[in-house]
Design a protein. Structure first.
Length: 151
């Protein structure tokens, strides 16, 4: 594996392609305590995010839907990243993710696997694809009734 910039890019792309082809936690969560629908009209991405909360901790998160590779990979990575986190930790991670994707010089934080989405920053139109799952999860855990909007 190369450590140069291009090599890192290739690695990031590979992870995104992998999560798009084989999304993790894809399916309906039968014992979900919360769920919400999300729609990104700019791209046509459509997601439903299910979450099982127990005493304020995400026991499990799953999703269904269809959309572009970025939206599916982001949802897949998110369901893995939020497992075992408290609602407060999820909200904080969402805020930091949003900053990573939209700000030129986001605060340094270890995003782990989620770092692979950082390249999206260079493509503003795709930021909504990458954040859709997070907006939807946010709505699910705050028990928002409306469909998540990326605007
Ligand atoms: Zn999209």
């Amino acid at each position: 594996m190369s450590n140069d910039f291009g090599g890192l890019r290739d690695l990031y792309q590979e992870v995104i392609f992998d999560h798009n082809r084989n999304p993790r936690n894809f399916g309906e969560l039968a014992d979900a305590t919360h769920h919400a629908d999300g729609h990104n009209p700019l791209c046509g991405d459509q997601l439903t995010v299910y979450v099982q909360l127990k005493e304020g901790v995400v026991e499990k998160a799953m999703f269904i839907g269809h959309g572009c590779a970025i939206s599916k990979a982001s949802a897949s990575l998110m369901t893995e990243a939020v497992k075992g986190k408290t609602v407060e930790e999820v909200e904080s991670l969402f805020a930091d993710m949003h900053a990573m994707l939209t700000e030129a010089h986001p605060e340094a934080r270890d995003f782990g696997k989620l770092e692979v989405l950082s390249g999206v920053r260079e493509f503003p139109a795709r930021v909504k694809c990458a954040t859709l799952a997070w907006h939807t999860l946010h709505n699910a855990i705050t028990e928002a009734r409306d469909t998540a909007k990326t605007e």
